[in-house]
Ligand binder design. Structure first.
Ligand SMILES: NC(=O)c1ccc[n+]([C@@H]2O[C@H](COP(=O)([O-])OP(=O)(O)OC[C@H]3O[C@@H](n4cnc5c(N)ncnc54)[C@H](OP(=O)(O)O)[C@@H]3O)[C@@H](O)[C@H]2O)c1
Length: 288
């Protein structure tokens, strides 16, 4: 069992764990079941899922067996899923209903628009803003009906966020974007803070690449921790929720041990100084 996992409070009043399991590239029902089992054993209570990952049904099935096995109920876990770019706009309602059905759930704790663009439209297509506005209106309806307990967005830039904040009826609860020491996202974080939006990190390990960074490795050694733990601790120590992905039970457990040590102010600053705007994932800045 891992250390106690703290929560952040969303603008809906809901509590979201600071640590969740990333599930992108979990392969097939057996690996998914094994990994979700390992995560629940290690104390994880949040799962980051997406229609695009094609894993909603596998995770839904795994949870329906594993929650009782771990003595847990639906209310003990925090489930996030995301609207596929192919369902953006007029297809959003179908996409939302499909996620609920695939997961086999009556409600989803947090539902995000995955990407500011629409599949099939060029990034520069002037219909992109209207399409995502229509998706947001649909998410607001599901939120009003209680089918989504919180709604938010992912991969939105400052421009996309400003546009949404100006037009929305429900302020997004979460913005999920790439965040690690080489991509500090200062402007987006300041905007989120000002607007009451929880800033959530993905790819905190730089998709694995930052685990071999010499400075991170040296720092990890000095704390008797692993590079993954140092990278994740740097985020959670700033109260930024993380979603490390691993399909290996020992790593799932390792990534959960973040709350029994603290990085010094000097080391926090050293990691923050690594910022060089380097992205390891997709870049949404071109989407109109
Ligand atoms: N909203 C979005 O557009 C978006 C985009 C990207 C990611 N995400 C979410 O964020 C999650 C995490 O991001 P990510 O999957 O891109 O990358 P990540 O968590 O930064 O890194 C995952 C990689 O690191 C390896 N790894 C994990 N823990 C490790 C450890 N302790 N020691 C050594 N290697 C380790 C994993 O390999 P093994 O599995 O073999 O251990 C995997 O190759 C995703 O799964 C997804 O849920 C969201």
């Amino acid at each position: 069992m891992t250390d106690y996992i703290p929560y952040v409070q969303l603008n809906t009043g809901a509590q979201m764990p600071l640590l969740g399991l990333g599930t992108f590239r979990l392969q097939g029902p057996e690996e998914t079941y094994r990994t979700v089992d390992a995560a629940l054993t290690a104390g994880y209570r949040a799962f980051d899922i997406a229609a695009v990952y094609r894993n909603e049904a596998d995770i839904g099935r795994a949870l329906s067996t594993l929650l009782p096995k771990h003595g847990l109920s639906r209310a003990d876990v925090f489930i996030t899923s995301k609207l596929s770019p192919k369902d953006q706009g007029s297809k959003a309602r179908d996409g939302c209903l499909r996620s609920l059905e695939q997961l086999g759930l009556d409600y989803i704790d947090l539902f995000l628009i995955h990407w500011p663009g629409t599949q099939g439209l060029d990034v520069k297509d002037k219909r992109n803003p209207d399409s995502r506005a229509q998706s947001w209106a649909t998410l607001e309806q599901f939120y009003a009906e209680g089918k989504f307990r919180a709604i938010g967005v992912s991969n939105y830039t400052v421009k996309h966020m400003q546009e949404l904040l100006k037009s929305c009826s429900v302020v997004p609860a979460v913005l999920q974007v790439e965040f690690h020491p080489r991509l500090a996202q200062r402007e987006l974080r300041a905007l989120c803070k000002k607007s009451g939006v929880c800033f959530q990190a993905y790819s905190s390990l730089g998709t694995g690449i930052l685990l071999s960074d010499p400075q991170v490795r040296k720092m990890a050694e000095s704390y008797g921790k692993t590079p993954a733990q140092v990278l994740l601790r740097w985020a959670v120590q700033q109260n930024i929720p993380v979603l490390p992905k691993s399909c290996q039970p020992d790593r799932v457990q390792e990534n959960g041990h973040l709350f029994d040590f603290e990085l010094s102010d000097i080391d926090m600053a050293k990691l923050s100084e690594m910022d060089c705007s380097e992205k390891f994932c997709w870049d949404p800045s071109l989407v109109l």
